[in-house]
Design a protein. Structure first.
Length: 341
């Protein structure tokens, strides 16, 4: 028997399988599960703010163009919900969901978002929810360009543009987000283009580097288990998404352009981090590191006994978290009023 030939054949087969696994994972990362209105209908879940609030939350819809409009580099657009809040003197609260989630799946947070804000903005990040996944015949290339996730990189520019479009003169803004959306909110708040506009950030279950939740999610799904495969897939997804500096991979490293702790260091507004010690997707260590990086601006609210997506399943736990948010927001309002005076 030719053991050398057999070894070469097996090695080539394993290498090919590994490579295909990496490519498949990269494609999955850029094309998350779609959980929009159709998903809600199938799950018998609320499809819009009126259903989620038993008719109490009036809202209107409008379209937001990714990449700075129709002429932008990425193109595509999403539907935005603009919802009436319960505090007439409150801020505009913009909520950004997590990977594989959407504004529809985030409706369980609407009660507290409305409680702290005068207006609530909910949107679908690129490649999520009800964002078109293919063209409609009148701009297929442009629509398709915004139909894939950039893993929280270009989404920062989208959120900055959304804030600029939404905010009226004299209004305060709170950026709130979950997981992927938490990191996007932190990075956008630290962006010079929004300096002085964002009054507070609420980051639920944030993570520092893109490969951390990617590896955990893929392992939980049993997609890829080989060492280094998810790291390679995240790198490939960055290359495919034309992330700045993607070829060198520096954006994925601690201290790199993605690292949410580095963005937190540049915050000049309060940051509230909500995190469970039992989070199976985004480790509590990441939430602590991000809060530590923000220094005196940060408030870390840790809980126990809930999963990554289960923070708001318990009413008492949710009320305790909202009280923390309201307290920090009140302090930010006082500080802001003093600055204006």
């Amino acid at each position: 028997m030719d053991f050398v030939g057999l070894g070469i054949t097996l090695g080539a087969g394993l290498g090919l399988a590994w490579g295909l696994g990496v490519v498949h994972t990269a494609v999955v990362l850029r094309n998350p599960p779609r959980r929009g209105a159709t998903w809600a209908l199938a799950k018998n879940a609320p499809e819009d703010p009126m259903q989620a609030s038993a008719g109490r939350a009036k809202f209107e819809t409008w379209r937001f163009a990714y990449g700075g409009g129709a002429g932008g580099e990425r193109g595509g657009e999403c539907e935005v919900w603009e919802i009436a809040g319960q505090r007439a003197d409150g801020p505009v609260v913009i909520f950004s969901h997590g990977w594989g989630e959407s504004k529809v799946t985030s409706l369980n947070r609407l009660w507290w978002l409305r409680r702290i804000g005068a207006r609530v903005i909910m949107w679908d990040l690129a490649g999520h929810g009800d964002v078109p996944s293919r063209g409609d015949g009148r701009g297929a290339k442009r629509v398709a360009a915004g139909s894939q996730s950039s893993l929280g990189t270009r989404e920062v520019d989208d959120l900055v543009a959304l804030v600029k479009q939404v905010v009226r003169e004299g209004e305060r803004v709170v950026l709130a987000g979950f997981s992927l959306g938490a990191g996007v909110s932190i990075a956008a708040a630290a962006d010079e283009r929004l300096r002085g506009i964002v009054r507070m950030v609420v980051a639920e279950a944030p993570y520092g580097l893109p490969q951390t939740p990617a590896e955990r999610v893929m392992r939980l799904r049993g997609v890829v288990r080989w060492r280094g495969s998810v790291l390679s897939a995240v790198w490939l997804a960055g290359v495919m998404g034309r992330v700045r500096g993607a070829m060198g991979g520096g954006w994925m490293k601690a201290g790199g352009s993605f690292d949410r702790a580095e963005h937190a260091k540049r915050l000049r507004c309060p940051l509230v981090v909500l995190h469970s010690e039992d989070d199976e997707v985004c480790p509590i260590a990441d939430g602590r590191a991000i809060a530590h990086a923000a220094g005196a601006w940060a408030t870390l609210h840790e809980v126990r006994g809930c999963s990554h997506a289960g923070f708001w399943d318990d009413q008492l736990r949710g009320e305790a978290a909202v009280k923390v948010i309201e307290s920090v927001l009140a302090g930010a309002d006082i500080r802001g009023a003093g600055a204006k005076g």
